[in-house]
Design a protein around this ligand. Sequence first.
Ligand code: ATP
Ligand code: MG
Length: 901
Amino acid sequence: MKVGELERFGIPVQITERWKKRQGESLLPIQQKAIRKKLLGQPGGERKQKEQNMIISAPTSSGKSFCAEIAALHALTARRKVVMLFPLKSLAEQTYQLLRETYDSLGIKIIIVTSDHPENDHAFASSDFQIAVCIYEKFDLFLTNSLDRLKTIGLIVVDEIQTIAEPGRGATLERLLTKIKSSVYTPKIVGLSAVIGDDSSSAGKLAEWLNASLVEEQSRPVDLIRGVAAGGLYKFRSFNNGDDGEEPFAVVEAGDDPFNVFAEQLKASDSSTLIFLKSRMETVDAAFRLAASVSWPEAKDALSQLADEEPSFLIRSLRQALGRGVAFHNSDLTPQQRKIIENAFIGKEVKALFSTTTLAMGVNLSADNVYLETVKYSSGRYQSRPSLVPVSRAEFDNMTGRAGRYQTTQKEQIGKAVILAESEFDRDILWQNYIDSYDADRITSVFDSQPFADWLLDMIACGLLKSRDKDAVLKLYGKTLASLTANLSVKEQIEPAFELLESLGFIQTSPEFALTELGRAVSGCGLAVAESAYYTRNLLENFPHSEIGWLTFVLSATGWNLPPSILSRYEQSNNLPLKMFFSQYEYSADELRLLLGEKLSSKPLSYRQSASLKALLLLEAWRSLVPLERLEEQFQMHLGQIRYLGETVAHLLSAVAELAASLDRDTEVKQQLAQIAFSVRFGLPYEFKSIHRYFGAFLNRKDYAALQNAGVFTIEEFCRLDQTELNLFFAGKDKVMNINEKIKQIKEEVHVDPRTNNALMNESGLASMLFAEPEMIEIDGSYDRERYLVKINGFPVRLTGKSFKYFVKLAWSRLNGESGWIYKEEIEHGFNQARYLYRMKGEIGSGLNSNWSIFENNRLGYYRLNAEPSKIKINIENLRNHPDFEIREMVEQKMSEKRVN
Ligand SMILES: Nc1ncnc2c1ncn2[C@@H]1O[C@H](COP(=O)(O)OP(=O)(O)OP(=O)(O)O)[C@@H](O)[C@H]1O
Ligand SMILES: [Mg+2]
């Protein structure tokens, strides 16, 4: 069967032409089988005929992804939408890129929906897409909020469907599929996996559960030999025909360093090699050592793409390795950095890549040879320190499957995968476990890895469960994979779960059975019931007041995942995080109670407490622009892990904001939490929000630090920078050029104030001009609801203590100083004046909705209030009694001067 024949199923010629151009005319065996088994229904068949669900089980690199793509385009021809689900953002990104490259010019609307692309959430929620590429959890939430969104969806692809057996995440995938199965809508479901075995095993069970036909394939388009090496011998077996063989392998003599021997072997070969190692540190070490002993050509493209990273020790090591055609890949790198390395490996710039299992699953990256260790570090279920565990059968299949991948552009070469064993004894055991036994891991439901109450709440929230009726619950449970494969007794769990949800105020039973507003927030925010209960209780009892307080608040829950090995034994046993906290933030010690209980003494804390405290310190430094190299030194963490932590905490903050808003419609808290979330997510002070929005793609934290030094925080100020300043702040011609382009674009979008020739814009980029300068500024200073009163053009604006002090200082020197300028050290002693000034600006700006720029600065550390002295009035009496000593003193001094005169 050829690609052209797909036209008989209604696939337009423009599409088949594109496929031919991209990868040739032929269809791989699994693709032909799937079509014969009616992946696309009958040829020329009624469009509306119900196509069956399908599970496609075929080895790595057999062409499953293209099956999904064909089905997707077919659904589009019937004017149905498609959702493609992945367990990892990297997989989603890769598919998204490929789809965009192939179909963009046809005008097909493809979006990616992950936490990295919040800009697409709206399009997704309003069904404004044709193909959406998405992460399981996100789609699960999406359906919880409204199951009716399935109405226009014709196809749902679930890639790596074996994830359903992974504790925690698997339960979410099962819940999501249960919702689809139980709804009145019938989108076609296509599940893909390389590691679920055949009809007689897990694949059969999954197919039965989803009422799907099963399409299997045993061989790979390109053969792969897999085996174990030790004691100078590599014993292997062919994947496709099962033949065994042997080859000599480098011998480690007594006294030899095994790595050097291995390196000799790599040096001698001309192939591309992927080496899976068990820890991040080992990947860096090994890459470094190999690079020192080879002289392969440098990876030019990768190096130039990494040129503009914020300086860090890790990137320096990576560059050094890349200089010799070697690299490492692990979660200390950011997803973007990893992508650069993957591409360099695919493009053969990098000949040897040392990776942790981050690279195992489904990324379409091919290696001639794969070497691997069969253990990895994994953080246990109890959140303590990570420990070594054997890799699962599925991981083994996925790792080895990176070798011998089918490629149209190159002549086929059999792939080779080698397990590195430490002894001959080991070799035999590993052979038995990974090569000789055919059994795939059995896939069973992990339904019970999630509390029953969470499942129940979700079923109520999405509308599938409308009463407190036990039978209705059991009927829904009957749709789960658990009811088919696991022997759970849920009956006894139903009543206690209802009671729990009711006692927490998440559901109500009278006057009628319903989800409460709080319950809606809980089910919609992506937190577990226990975590939400914890936060809700503390929102009522321990409402934080400062930003550190809020961070402590969210970090003190125990449901979220700490970055693996965030805390060393040394740090824990010496209680370093606590000591560090006291040396820097003693004044906030009260805020720690939630995290540490009353245990503020110096006795060692639990791993979790100490690690969370370290996370707090790290995030504080991260969001106040402490340079990455300093963070690496101080915290022994690299950018990838820091970002991961920042994203996790940003997610918690947003969830807590939802809970807080549903408890009491206090939008101020919501706004405050959104600001902290922004800053921990991107490692930037909130004041940069608008610049980040427009220029985030071009700038790194070092650039923001330069802007901060220069006192440039708003988009208006940014757009006013001249060429000399741009060149001074940002390194690299291309970068300055891109920035210039963007500035030009922004200026075209907004109106220009004819008097000042300044671009005037607010957050949304639109101009709004209520007044450019106020007619009257009254510093009143009366105290109300923890704020101090200022009136601008008669409008009351209430400022927090710090902002008020700053405003008074500015106004005071405008009124009483000669030139009106005030040096930052005179406003307040220390380093963060610019930050607080912009916070003050934010507080005034949000109350006014005007484009008054409030103050100006001369880039040398001087600031001046942007208002004529004649328009400023100060209520001296109120300030004489102000709680801040400096303000009182300033006023008193003036009064006594007056008396003297
Ligand atoms: N019909 C085809 N003709 C030529 N090349 C193809 C065809 N189908 C797929 N390929 C290529 O084969 C390679 C492997 O395909 P794909 O990524 O779909 O495998 P997979 O089964 O999803 O593997 P994994 O389990 O590792 O995710 C890709 O490079 C893909 O472009
Ligand atoms: Mg795939």
